[in-house]
Design a protein. Structure first.
Lengths: 222, 532
C-alpha cells in the first residue's frame, strides 16, 4: 500500500499516453472507405433483390426493401464518416498508440520491445490511392495486434523500416546474450563473461528517473 | 544404454507395438460407426468375410506400423544446434527444430506405453508454426538425457535472465554471488549431475495425497462435470426414445415421467442421485488426472508429475509463466485448499484463432496457503504483493443487471402475454431475479484490481474467487476503453494483453487507469526484462 502511494508522486511526472497529440489518417482513406461501402452495398443490393424475388409469392412491400436498403447505406456512410475522424495514431520514442471507436473509444499502446513482427497490407482500393495498412503483431494473439489503416504508402514503409530496426536491435541484443551464454559453457570464459553480464544487467535494471525519461521524450518532439 | 544422439537413431524396438496399437486405436475410433452401420445394414455378409476383412486390415496396419517405425529416425546435430526428425514412408519428411526455439519438452506415458514400458517425448517449440515433434517410444533413461540435451540451450538463456532478476532484487535471498556459484556448477558440472538418481530423492515441494485428491474432487470443477453429465443424460433420453419408438412400446417410462410431472419425493430422490453422480464423476476425473501429483524443485525450474493411467511429466520454467492464477470457493476456503494455475505463452502470433489455449496451462489442483506461497515464491523470486486496491464504479451493475435480469424478464413477460399457458409460471421471475441479482452483486464485489510496484493482481469470480497475478513486464499491449456516455463520470475499462490471454478491469476511474497505464508503459519500456 505504502509503496504504491509513494510511487504516485512519480506517476504524475511520467509521460502521459492519454494526452499525446495523434496523427490523423490520410484524407484519401475516406475514398477507400466509400468504395468499400459501395461494393458492400452492391452485394447487399443483389442479395436483397434475390430475397425480394424469392418472396414474390407473398407480395412483399417493395418500399420497405428500398427504404431499408437506403437507410443501411446512409447509416454506414455516417458511421464511417464519424469513425474516421475519431481514429488516430502516434509514434513515441518507445511505443506506438492507436485510437479508434465511436461508441466505445479504444486506445491501444504497444511498446516497441513487445513487437514480434510487422506487415504492410495493401488492399485493391488502397493501392489505387497509394495507401497501406500497417499490421503490428505482438505475442498477445489476435487481440494483441494493432492494425493502422489508411497510411500513405511511403510513410507506412518508413514506419515499418523504423520499427523493424528497433525490433531487430532488440533481437540482436538478445542473441548476443545467448551467444555469450554458449561461449560461457567453456569454463575458461565463464568468469569473465559472468562479471560482464552481471554488470550490464545491474546497470540496466536500476530504474531511471521517470522525470528524465519524460524530458528525453519531450526533447524528441512528442 | 546408448546416450549418443548425434547419429540417426530409431525409437525403441517395442515402439512398433506402440505404433501399431495407437494406429489401431485411431482407426477404430474413426471406423467404428461406419463398420457397425455396414454390419447392421447388410445382414447378408457372412461372419467369414467379416473376419478375413478384419484380419487383412490388421496385417496391413501392422506392416504400415513397422514401416513407419523403420523410417522414423531422429538425431541431435550438436554443431548446428538442431534436432532433426525424419519420418514418412513414401514422402520423407524432415523436421528440423532449432534448439533455442524449444520452449518445453514433455515426457509422457499413456496406458499403452506403460504396458510396453516406454515413454513418449513431445517437443513444444516457440514458433508460430504448428508442427509438433513427437517421439512415440523411447526408454526412460534415453528420454531424460535427450530432454536435458534439448533443453540445455534454453536453460542457458534462462540463467542469464535469472541473473538479471536476482540483480534486480538484490535484497532477496538470491544473492548474486550465490547465484554465480550455482551457475558455475551448472556449466561445468553439466547436466550429468542432473541425471544422477540422487536427485530423485530430494523432497518434493508438493505432493498430493489421496485424501487431498478426495477433497479436491468433492469441491472443484462442478461445471465441467455437470456439463458432461447433462450431455450424457440427454443421450440416454434420446436413446430410450428411439428404442421405445422402434419397438412400439406403449409406455415410455421417461416421456411418461415428463408428461405426468414428477412427484416431490421422486424429484428429491432424483436430485440427490444426480448430485451423487456429479460428485462421483468429479472424484473419478480428479483421481485419473492428478493421481500421484508431485512437484519438485530442480535447479531453476519446477518438475511436475501426475496421472493414474497416462503419466505426465512436465518441466515448468518460471520465466515462461505469463499469468499465474489461484482460485478458491467457499468450501475450499474452509478446507484450506487452493487451485493454482500457470498460464504459459500460447504462441499464436500469426493469423491464428484467439481461443485461449488451455494446452499450455499447468494446473496444480490443490495446495494449502503455505505451499501456494512457496510455489509462487519459486516462480517470482519473492511473494507477489497485493498493492493498492482499485474498485469498480457502481455502474458496473447497470449493464449486467439490464442484460441478465431486465431484458430476459421482459422477454419472458412478452412471451407470456402471447402464450397464456405460460402465465402461471410468471412467479418464476422473482426467484430468478433474486438468484441472478445476488450472483451479479458478488461478481461486482469481487471485481478488484490490486497494483503494486511489480505486480498486478486481478480478483474476480462469483463462486470461485480467482486471483490472477501478472508481472508488469509481461504485458504485450495495453488497451483502455471508454463508452462516450461515461466521459463525464470519468469511468473506463482496462484490458491488459499478455502472451497467455487478457486481463480485464471494468468500470474503473479513468484517471487512475491512465496513471497505471503510464506507469506500466514506463516499467516495460525502461526495464531490460524480457517477457519470456
Amino acid at each position: 500500500m505504502q509503496d504504491f502511494t509513494n510511487e504516485n508522486l512519480d506517476l504524475s511526472l511520467l509521460p502521459k499516453h492519454e494526452t499525446v497529440a495523434l496523427n490523423e489518417l490520410n484524407k484519401k482513406y475516406w475514398k477507400v472507405i466509400l468504395m468499400n461501402i459501395a461494393v458492400f452495398m452492391l452485394i447487399f443490393g443483389l442479395a436483397a433483390y434475390l430475397l425480394f424475388s424469392l418472396l414474390k409469392a407473398t407480395r412483399p412491400e417493395p418500399y420497405i426493401f428500398i427504404g431499408g436498403y437506403l437507410l443501411t447505406g446512409i447509416l454506414l456512410v455516417v458511421f464511417y464518416a464519424i469513425s474516421i475522424r475519431k481514429r488516430g495514431y502516434a509514434i513515441r520514442e518507445k511505443d506506438l498508440i492507436y485510437k479508434s471507436g465511436i461508441i466505445s473509444i479504444t486506445t491501444s499502446v504497444v511498446p516497441f520491445s513487445r513487437i514480434q513482427h510487422i506487415t504492410l497490407n495493401e488492399g485493391v482500393f488502397s493501392r489505387m490511392f497509394n495507401l497501406a495498412a500497417l499490421h503490428i503483431y505482438t505475442a498477445g494473439g489476435i487481440s494483441g495486434n494493432i492494425v493502422i489503416p489508411g497510411l500513405d504508402i511511403e510513410l507506412a514503409r518508413a514506419i515499418k523500416e523504423e520499427l523493424s530496426k528497433q525490433v531487430s536491435q532488440q533481437e540482436s541484443k538478445d542473441n548476443e546474450n545467448l551467444n555469450q551464454n554458449t561461449t560461457a559453457q567453456k569454463p575458461a570464459n565463464t568468469q569473465e563473461y559472468k562479471s560482464g553480464t552481471a554488470q550490464e544487467h545491474k546497470s540496466g535494471s536500476t530504474p531511471t528517473n521517470p522525470a528524465s525519461n519524460e524530458l528525453t521524450r519531450d526533447a524528441d518532439g512528442n | 544404454m546408448e546416450t549418443n544422439f548425434s547419429e540417426p537413431k530409431r525409437q525403441s524396438a517395442v515402439g512398433v507395438v506402440v505404433m501399431f496399437l495407437s494406429n489401431l486405436q485411431g482407426s477404430i475410433r474413426v471406423l467404428i460407426f461406419p463398420i457397425i452401420l455396414l454390419v447392421v445394414r447388410s445382414k447378408s455378409i457372412s461372419a467369414g468375410y467379416l473376419l478375413s476383412g478384419i484380419l487383412a486390415f490388421l496385417i496391413i496396419l501392422a506392416i504400415y506400423s513397422y514401416l513407419s517405425y523403420l523410417k522414423f529416425t531422429f538425431f541431435l546435430d550438436e554443431e548446428k544446434q538442431e534436432f532433426v526428425i525424419q519420418k514418412g514412408i513414401l514422402n520423407r519428411e524432415n523436421l528440423i527444430i532449432r534448439l533455442d526455439k524449444i520452449q518445453q519438452v514433455n515426457i509422457n506415458q499413456s496406458l499403452i506405453q506403460r504396458i510396453v514400458g516406454v515413454y513418449s517425448l513431445e517437443i513444444d517449440t516457440a514458433g508460430s508454426d504448428k508442427k509438433e515433434a513427437h517421439i512415440k517410444a523411447i526408454d526412460h533413461q534415453a528420454a531424460t538425457i535427450l530432454r536435458e540435451k534439448l533443453l540445455s540451450r534454453t536453460f542457458q538463456a534462462d540463467l542469464a535472465n535469472a541473473e538479471a532478476t536476482s540483480a534486480d532484487y538484490a535484497g532477496t535471498d538470491h544473492g548474486s554471488t550465490d547465484l554465480a556459484s550455482t551457475e558455475k556448477n551448472y556449466t561445468t558440472g553439466g547436466f550429468a549431475s542432473q541425471t544422477n538418481p540422487g536427485r530423485q530423492h530430494s523432497s518434493p515441494l508438493l505432493k498430493l495425497s489421496s485424501s487431498s485428491l478426495f477433497k479436491i474432487g468433492l469441491t472443484s470443477n462442478y461445471g465441467a462435470s455437470i456439463a458432461l453429465l447433462t450431455g450424457f443424460i440427454f443421450a440416454i433420453i434420446e436413446a430410450t426414445k428411439n428404442y421405445t419408438e422402434a419397438f412400439k412400446l406403449e409406455h415410455n417410462p421417461i416421456s411418461q415421467l415428463s408428461t405426468k410431472g414428477l412427484g416431490l419425493l421422486s424429484l428429491c430422490v432424483f436430485l440427490i442421485i444426480a448430485l451423487l453422480i456429479v460428485l462421483g464423476t468429479n472424484l473419478i476425473r480428479t483421481f485419473i488426472k492428478y493421481f500421484d501429483f508431485e512437484i519438485r524443485k530442480e535447479k531453476n525450474f519446477l518438475s511436475i508429475h501426475s496421472g493414474l493411467f497416462d503419466k505426465k511429466h512436465t518441466l515448468l520454467k518460471p520465466a515462461r509463466v505469463q499469468i499465474s492464477s489461484y482460485s478458491q470457493n467457499y468450501f475450499q476456503k474452509k478446507l484450506n485448499l487452493i487451485n493454482l494455475r500457470f498460464k504459459q505463452a500460447a504462441f499464436s502470433t500469426a493469423a491464428d484463432t484467439d481461443k485461449d489455449d488451455k494446452k499450455h496451462d499447468i494446473e496444480v489442483p490443490g495446495c494449502d496457503e503455505r505451499e501456494k506461497n512457496e510455489i509462487l515464491k519459486m516462480i517470482y523470486n519473492r511473494l507477489p504483493v497485493q498493492g493498492t486496491a482499485f474498485i469498480p464504479n457502481y455502474r458496473f451493475l447497470f449493464l449486467t443487471v439490464m442484460l441478465r435480469i431486465v431484458i430476459p424478464g421482459l422477454i419472458f413477460l412478452a412471451i407470456a402475454a402471447l402464450l397464456p399457458s405460460l402465465q402461471r409460471y410468471l412467479w418464476l421471475i422473482i426467484p430468478y431475479t433474486i438468484l441472478v441479482g445476488t450472483a451479479l452483486y458478488f461478481e461486482y464485489a469481487h471485481h478488484r484490481l490490486y497494483v503494486s510496484e511489480d505486480f498486478i493482481i486481478k480478483k474476480s469470480g462469483i463462486w470461485d474467487i480467482e486471483y490472477q497475478t501478472l508481472e508488469a513486464h509481461k504485458i504485450q499491449k495495453i488497451t483502455t476503453k471508454q463508452y462516450f456516455w461515461h466521459k463525464k463520470a470519468d469511468i473506463g475499462h482496462l484490458i491488459l494483453h499478455t502472451a497467455a490471454g487478457t486481463l480485464h478491469f471494468k468500470y474503473g476511474k479513468y484517471a487512475d487507469i491512465h496513471h497505471m497505464v503510464n506507469y506500466w508503459l514506463y516499467k516495460v519500456e525502461s526495464g531490460k526484462k524480457d517477457w519470456m
